[in-house]
Design a binder for this molecule. Sequence first.
Ligand SMILES: CC(C)(COP(=O)(O)OP(=O)(O)OC[C@H]1O[C@@H](n2cnc3c(N)ncnc32)[C@H](O)[C@@H]1OP(=O)(O)O)[C@@H](O)C(=O)NCCC(=O)NCCS
Length: 183
Amino acid sequence: MFPLSIPLKRLTQEHRFLPFDCGDDDLNSFLFDNAIQYQNELLAVTYYLETKDDTVLFFSLSNDKITAIDSEKSFWRKIKNLFPYSKHRKDYPAVKIGRLGVNKKFQNNGSKLGTHILDYIKYWMVTENKTGCRFITVDAYRNAVPFYSKNGFIFMGKDEEKNYNTGKSDTVAMYFDLMNIKL
Ligand SMILES: CC(C)(COP(=O)(O)OP(=O)(O)OC[C@H]1O[C@@H](n2cnc3c(N)ncnc32)[C@H](O)[C@@H]1OP(=O)(O)O)[C@@H](O)C(=O)NCCC(=O)NCCS
């Protein structure tokens, strides 16, 4: 069963976004300037929630995969061990959260919208996805890593964890195994 019902809308050509500021200029400008192009080119689909005055949150999703070739050895072993030998392959299907932002007006007000939307995506991908999809992936902004960790996402290997701990890169690759969803 879905954890909650959220009146999300899929971006359409004619939609004009109501005011939105999540505190990150790149994400804000993606929404206003690029989201529709990404969608027209079939690179990412954007979903949003709005009140009559504001855009409350948005996220964009794209197909993705976790692959042997892009993974450090020990991480790939861990992924492969999730599957019986007969299902060992060189990649496994995933969906990527390309962008996610909650309007500052709705952050830290107890509504936990970010958490609700991740729960929504998790259940959605398990119950209503039209294709097989085992993982959710995200290149998390450094400052959002605690948020994703609290929501069950883990580092895609020791190198990513090290990058996070040493402050080496601006984004950190994380994933969530959709088999952890209890229906
Ligand atoms: C990251 C973001 C989507 C989280 O949404 P949110 O509605 O604020 O998150 P929630 O209220 O559901 O937070 C869940 C938990 O994560 C923590 N958390 C959220 N954002 C955090 C941050 N930036 N740093 C540390 N902890 C954070 C919350 O304190 C909360 O902890 P608790 O359960 O112990 O109370 C939102 O803050 C945002 O849009 N930030 C700016 C853009 C951004 O960084 N997007 C992520 C791109 S990868």
